[in-house]
Design a protein around this ligand. Structure first.
Ligand code: URA
Length: 238
């Protein structure tokens, strides 16, 4: 892996901070001063900062199929935290990358890698989230194109100063749609449909960026694959 990535994985430093540290000349690889952030290193190299050897952390990455009446929080409230369903050691040391409401089901990503979850959550990263939405009022065919255009142009949500970002709406049946958005304002999907005079009666997240829930059963979880983790890697080998 790159030297700056190795430093990030071994410390709390961001990638920019790791680069600054390298410029300072305090980092050595096998005893030689190393300043090149892109230098390829391996775990069997001895990498030191001010003489102290670095050991990379191994982070954990999971997906969970959230059920209703559970919450995306590290603290139980009226409903239990989804972390109770993750049958791994020290589950409450992990955090949830992007919350769902208590009555929303579907894909939840869970990790202890803050830089990775930042790439999932930060509005600056434009990460798409796809929801299957069940609606109270049917969308008639003659209104569907207009609605799709409204979602694409952006909607004015109550209490917000700017329009929502362009969203992709696809009609599945008269009362079911797929909606892809790249932001995560509070109750965003419910408020988007409220803004066009409809009401969400069921909400399920199917996909986050390139990570799909697939056929994982409700309440079940699995580790993410290396390929899935790499999709939000904060220090890719590029
Ligand atoms: N939008 C909502 O309104 N609720 C969710 O749980 C997720 C997105």
């Amino acid at each position: 892996m790159r030297l700056d990535k190795f430093i990030c994985k071994s410390t709390e430093l961001t990638r920019n901070e790791a680069k600054k540290l390298l410029k300072s000349g305090d980092v050595r690889v096998n005893g030689e001063v190393a300043k090149n952030a892109a230098m390829q290193v391996h775990e069997n190299n001895t990498i030191t900062v001010d003489g102290q050897a670095l050991t990379p952390r191994t982070s954990r990455y999971f997906m969970l199929h959230k059920m209703v009446d559970s919450i995306c929080s590290n603290v139980d409230e009226v409903y239990p935290s989804v972390l109770h369903f993750l049958d791994v050691d020290k589950a409450f040391d992990l955090h949830i990358a992007g919350r769902l409401d208590a009555d929303t089901t579907g894909l939840v990503l869970i990790t202890d890698d803050g830089r990775w979850s930042h790439n999932v959550i930060s509005p600056k990263k434009d990460c798409s989230k796809t929801y299957r939405v069940w609606l109270r009022n049917a969308i008639n065919d003659d209104k569907a194109d207009e609605l799709i255009a409204q979602f694409k142009q952006g909607l004015q949500l109550q209490g917000e100063s700017s329009l929502t970002r362009p969203a992709i709406l696809e009609k599945v049946t008269d009362d079911q749609v797929l909606l892809t958005i790249t932001e995560g304002k509070y109750h965003q999907v419910k408020r988007m449909f409220a803004a066009v005079g409809n009401k969400v009666v069921g909400l399920h997240r199917e996909q986050i960026g390139g990570i799909e829930l697939g056929d994982l059963a409700p309440g079940q979880w699995r580790s993410l694959t290396e390929q899935e983790v790499a999709l939000f890697d904060p220090t890719p080998n590029k």
